[in-house]
Design a binder for this molecule. Structure first.
Ligand code: SAM
Ligand code: DTB
Ligand code: SF4
Length: 332
């Protein structure tokens, strides 16, 4: 493990970083970003919802929860062949990571899970980094996914432990941490971040970053989502996230976890190129590409291609950090 990477951040230290005057904060984050990463490179990940809607959980932000009327069409688990076709299209469009999302509370040991394992195997064989986000996992399930060739698992903390109960009541923060631990133990790369715009305080954001940055091994990817308010969800009327809050969050995450891929995730559809450029300047180096996230709109491949040209950014190659990453897992 790189000894320069700090894991014992105090809340006070994080608060001071988060509250630094914005341009100074961006400058500090950009400086660290240049030290640890190739700033021209941005990882392009494609998301596909392989099982949509009808979820039993009550996550207040989520259009896929069965209990809210959001107009999302419920769709059973897709066929493997269909998923592999999407993966090939994503690869042809320059994506190096393919992330499959399922609206499940948790994975169950049944035929559907066997099919997901087959999908993981297929995408891995295509030479892409395979990621899944399927809800809670046991240690054995994480192990099976790893054996099938899973590269990363996305499981977000979403908000601080204190604010969690106001957003989700059907599981606990501890459940989330247990799954993350199971993923880590299986040697799978961890993708874990959160959402801003849920009605949380600055203190909540600082606490969530504290939980992430004090993990014994930092998540390899940290997605920062800004709430996409969806009609029919309890948070449909939440106000739009201020771009400066997004920049502040990304810059702080970059300073705390300098080697992580910080992902500018949900919310890009509402942002101008200039706003996104500020986020890249502040240390974001990963995006979700394709005109749909899971159920909500996202900029098209063409729009993103133009943005990359304009800003001089290049898509990062797959498996680039593999050796270094495996080394860290062994030491974790
Ligand atoms: N069911 C699985 C789970 O909850 O882990 C996987 C899919 S879930 C949709 C993945 C993540 O998407 C959530 O943890 C949340 O961070 C993000 N998300 C969902 N709806 C969102 C929204 N409306 N705006 C921003 N992010 C959202
Ligand atoms: C993450 O942090 N953001 C992505 C991915 N992980 C799975 C999901 C965003 C979903 C936004 C709402 C939707 O499109 O349904
Ligand atoms: Fe279900 Fe995941 Fe949506 Fe929560 S975030 S309702 S667990 S799909």
């Amino acid at each position: 493990m790189n000894m320069e990477i700090k894991h014992n951040w105090s809340l006070e230290e994080i608060k001071n970083i988060y509250n630094t005057p914005l341009l100074e904060l961006v400058f500090r984050a950009a400086t660290l970003h240049r030290k640890y990463n190739d700033t021209a490179e941005v990882q392009v990940c494609t998301l596909l919802s392989i099982k949509t809607g009808g979820c039993s959980e009550d996550c207040a932000y989520c259009p896929q929860a069965a209990r809210y009327s959001t107009g999302v069409n419920v769709q059973a688990l897709m066929k493997k062949e269909e998923v592999l076709e999407y993966a090939q299209k994503a690869k042809d469009a320059g994506s190096t990571r393919f992330c499959m999302g399922a609206a499940w509370r948790e994975v169950r040991d049944n035929k559907d899970f066997d099919r997901v394992l087959e999908m993981v195997k297929g995408v891995n064989e295509m030479g892409m980094e395979v990621c899944c986000t399927l809800g809670m996992l046991t240690e054995e399930q994480a192990q099976k996914l790893a054996e099938a060739g899973l590269y990363a698992y996305n499981h977000n903390l979403d908000t601080s432990e204190d604010h969690y109960h106001d957003i989700i009541t059907t599981r606990t923060y501890d459940d989330r941490l247990k799954t993350l631990n199971n993923v880590r133990k299986a040697g799978v790369s961890v993708c874990c971040g959160g959402i801003i715009g849920l009605g949380e305080t600055h203190e909540d954001r600082i606490k969530m970053l504290h939980t992430l940055a004090t993990m014994p091994t930092h998540p390899e990817s940290v997605p920062i989502n800004s709430l996409v308010p969806v009609k029919g969800t309890p948070l449909e009327n939440n106000s739009k996230v201020d771009i400066w809050d997004m920049v502040r969050m990304i810059a702080t995450a970059r300073i705390l976890m300098p080697q992580a891929m910080v992902r500018l995730s949900a919310g890009r559809n509402e942002m101008s190129i200039a706003e996104q450029a500020l986020c890249f300047m502040a240390g974001a180096n990963s995006i979700f590409a394709g005109d749909k996230l899971l159920t909500t709109p996202n900029p098209s491949f063409d729009e993103d291609h133009q943005m990359f040209e304009m800003l001089g950014l290049i898509p990062r190659k797959a498996f680039k950090e593999e050796k270094q990453y495996l080394h860290e897992v062994v030491e974790a």
